[in-house]
Design a protein around this ligand. Structure first.
Ligand SMILES: Cc1cc2nc3c(=O)[nH]c(=O)nc-3n(C[C@H](O)[C@H](O)[C@H](O)COP(=O)(O)O)c2cc1C
Length: 181
């Protein structure tokens, strides 16, 4: 006897940290897309994945340029997260509309978002069609951090950064520390 109920296959594996992916098209136009389908795949070399719908403007840019930056926003960026996740760069300059500042990256042409505490400069190594989303597996070539809000290892200082999580039903903040591991 069990109290489990078997559901249809689904991806209700939450919460997920919300990230902002910035990219630059071959014509020099910058764009930002809000993503929750993002994760770490490998530590050495550092490899990340993002899942992006082919219909988005960002998907086309990343296929053309094979590079992007993953930026970690904070609770203070909630409005911009929503804007970059509901409007398309085809219609709107999302850097201008959100008030974010593009900054040149060190290893790639795609811009960083200055206001985000940490940014990962990535180059695409593999593209895998998975169905509704394509998976871009990318190597991190450089990491840039806000040195006033991170420690000497480049880790965001607790109290200096409040990440945004996507849970079932909406956005959530991170709770208190439960202890070190
Ligand atoms: C919280 C949140 C998370 C999202 N996560 C994803 C995602 O992981 N993959 C994706 O393809 N779209 C995701 N979206 C939707 C895109 O951000 C949205 O389609 C965006 O307008 C596409 O912009 P673009 O056309 O400029 O690329 C998300 C939206 C929100 C609000």
């Amino acid at each position: 006897m069990t109290n489990k109920r078997i559901l249809e296959p689904a991806t209700t594996l939450r919460p997920l940290p919300v990230v902002l992916l910035s990219c630059r098209d071959t014509n020099g136009e910058n764009n930002i897309i809000t993503l929750a389908y993002a994760g770490i795949m490998c530590a050495r070399p550092p490899v990340v994945t993002v899942g992006i719908r082919p219909a988005t403007h960002s998907h086309g840019i990343i296929c053309r340029t094979r590079e992007f930056v993953i930026n970690l926003p904070g609770e203070e960026h909630l409005e911009a997260i929503q804007l970059c996740g509901t409007k398309s760069g085809r219609q709107l300059d999302k850097f201008a509309a959100s008030g974010f500042t593009p900054v040149e990256a060190s290893r790639i042409k795609a811009p960083l978002i200055a206001e985000c505490i940490i940014s990962f400069e990535c180059t695409v190594r593999h593209v895998i069609g998975a169905g509704s989303h394509d998976v871009f597996m990318a190597e991190v070539l450089a990491v840039q951090v806000d040195q006033e809000r991170c420690d000497e290892r480049g880790w965001p200082l607790s109290g200096e950064h409040r990440p945004v999580m996507l849970n079932l039903g909406g956005y959530y903040g991170l709770g208190e520390s439960l202890g070190s591991r």
